[in-house]
Ligand binder design. Sequence first.
Ligand SMILES: Nc1ncnc2c1ncn2[C@@H]1O[C@H](COP(=O)(O)OP(=O)(O)O)[C@@H](O)[C@H]1O
Ligand SMILES: Cc1ncc(COP(=O)(O)OP(=O)(O)O)c(N)n1
Length: 266
Amino acid sequence: MTIARALTIAGSDSGGGAGIQADLKTFTVLGVYGMSALTAITVQNTLGVHGIYNLPLEAIEKQIDAVVTDIGVDAVKTGMLSQVPIIELAAAKIRQHRIRNLVVDPVMVAKGGARLLEASAQNALIEHLLPVAQVVTPNLPETEVLIEREIRTVDDMREAAKRILEFGPRTVVVKGGHLAGDAVDIVYDGENFYELASPRIETRHTHGTGCTFSAAVTAELAKGKNVLEAVSVAKEFITCAISDSLELGGGHGPTNHWAYGKRKQM
Ligand SMILES: Nc1ncnc2c1ncn2[C@@H]1O[C@H](COP(=O)(O)OP(=O)(O)O)[C@@H](O)[C@H]1O
Ligand SMILES: Cc1ncc(COP(=O)(O)OP(=O)(O)O)c(N)n1
């Protein structure tokens, strides 16, 4: 039996809704063997981010090398890479290990407002990581930082996707979770635009939606799906996860990573 393998290079969310924890749960539900290279430990719950501890570069590098050279990877995603040297290291490792299936979630600020990427590191994402990405999945605030322009409409999202593609990724998914109305994501592969749309679900439990979406894309690429198939499954996965809310914690709770699997069994 062939086992699809995926690696997440990201931060830990002690609350379990975002970061490494969301990625590994998503990989598992989608039938993919998950591995992790931790970049930082965050002290986090549904009320917010209460502490950030970056890990030494050596520890990050050794985790990546250990799993890639022994177990192997079919796809990789990056999440929270909070400083320039961590971004440079991740990009160098992607090049060294010749990883083509790379999904970059350009994590910058958590929904509660805490910075997970130092402002001085934003350009490093553009310079080092986007050129080696198969797919990049910015939300609207991240998109605005990347193109230095405000986004108000779905047409603005399309224009933004075109500009981000010029930084080097092969496909751009501009996520519309922060726009009013239906949750519309725009996919652009340099030739065609595609829309992934779902009705907006009224809930405050959306912690970790971006991590979960990009992890689902990664899992499907690891299984050999093409990018369009992968983002379509990811959209279905996150829509199930948001709509079947767990109601945990006193603040912005996590999504339900089991929901997609349960729906598929019915
Ligand atoms: N309230 C919602 N209802 C339905 N889908 C949503 C909702 N919020 C976010 N999404 C979807 O979740 C995914 C993550 O989007 P977004 O929230 O923009 O990312 P992030 O968590 O990085 O800010 C996208 O597919 C988006 O359309
Ligand atoms: C450790 C860690 N990584 C990433 C995030 C951001 O996750 P995201 O999916 O964008 O969801 P919100 O935090 O914005 O709800 C995080 N919080 N922690």
